[in-house]
Design a protein around this ligand. Structure first.
Ligand code: PLP
Length: 309
């Protein structure tokens, strides 16, 4: 349905790394599709094929007012000839509240706006059972696509790159993408994760998702052994950003023509540059996984009068 051939492996010359003998590559998953971009298609690929094979009517999933996952699900389902239902946090909202929700509706998604209290129940078994009863032939996907099939899709990112990187950097929200990458990490590579939520216990959250997916404690410990957490780059909290971050993203774009977003990839790229410069590492081959989010990033840049891509 969507081809990952568009996802180039791009070599980047960064003036910040002059004379450091750092080879930097970006896996451009943001180029897969404008809406089903970055990690979104990776997470949805096997979910969509399962739904088609199981002859379900469509996908039911969850998201906030600006959820890239909701829009990606709506567009992927539309393309696969499936229905989609989005349970949206905030009963004060409507499909006209913002451009993203309008696009979800235009792609055929049935939007159900619920109170924050009801939304908080989204992972409770009794609530999910209720939804399954109500929408019986729909396949339920957790918020952010955080499910085993999502991990399997994300495992394919590194299958499209050489296996001699010293470090792989990636932004982290639900941990689905980083867990998938951890599962396919070459032996000598370190996975550097950049959580975008304040106070997020990355390894505990990754262990939880692996656990839900049926992995033993021993395997989980093994998978997490080569994970380095760069936990100080949330820029205040999830969804927060600073003028310094926006300025950094603009400079990176001017030099490399690679667009970043201030919620995920901008923070992760900043953390990667900071890590290289503060640790003084040299002779490293680094891979940065671009997980998309450009549509959302563009909307924020516009709001801040900082349109540079
Ligand atoms: C653009 C972007 N990058 C990174 C992430 C984090 O990925 P994950 O939730 O799989 O940890 C997300 C959230 O899904 C995202 O939208």
């Amino acid at each position: 349905m969507f081809s990952t051939h568009q996802s180039l492996l791009q070599k980047i010359e960064l003036s910040l790394f002059n004379k450091l003998s750092i080879e930097l590559f970006i896996k451009r998953d943001d180029l897969i599709d404008p809406y089903v971009s970055g990690n979104k298609w990776r997470k949805l690929k096997y979910i969509i094929s399962t739904v088609v094979q199981a002859k379900k009517d469509g996908v039911l999933t969850f998201g906030g007012a600006y959820s890239n996952h909701l829009l990606a699900t709506a567009v992927a389902c539309q393309k696969a000839g499936l229905k989609s239902i989005g349970i949206v946090r905030g009963n004060e909202l409507t499909a006209q509240s913002n451009e993203l929700l309008q696009k979800c509706e235009a792609a055929g998604m049935q939007l159900e706006f619920v109170t924050r209290e009801e939304y908080a129940l989204r992972n409770e078994k009794f609530y999910k059972d209720e939804l399954v009863g109500l929408y019986s032939n729909f396949y339920l996907v957790p918020e952010g696509g955080a499910a085993y099939l999502g991990l399997i899709g994300c495992q394919e990112i590194l299958a499209e790159t050489p296996n001699d990187f010293d470090c792989v950097f990636v932004a982290q929200g639900t941990t689905t993408t980083s867990c998938g990458i951890a599962m396919s990490l070459p032996e000598k590579t370190t996975l550097c994760v950049v959580p975008v939520l304040k106070g997020f216990d990355s390894k505990a959250e990754m262990a939880k998702l692996f656990g839900y997916s049926g992995f033993s404690k021993e395997t989980i410990d093994e998978l997490l052994e080569k994970t380095l957490v760069l936990g100080d780059f949330h820029f205040g909290a999830y969804g927060k950003y600073t003028p310094e971050l926006l300025q950094f993203m603009e400079e990176i774009f001017k030099e490399t023509r690679v667009p970043l977003d201030p919620i995920y990839t901008g923070k992760a790229f900043y953390a990667m540059v900071n890590w290289v410069l503060t640790t003084g590492v040299t002779n490293k081959k680094i891979l940065f996984v671009h997980t998309g989010g450009i549509e959302g990033g563009r909307a924020i840049a516009k709001k801040e009068n900082k349109v540079f891509f």
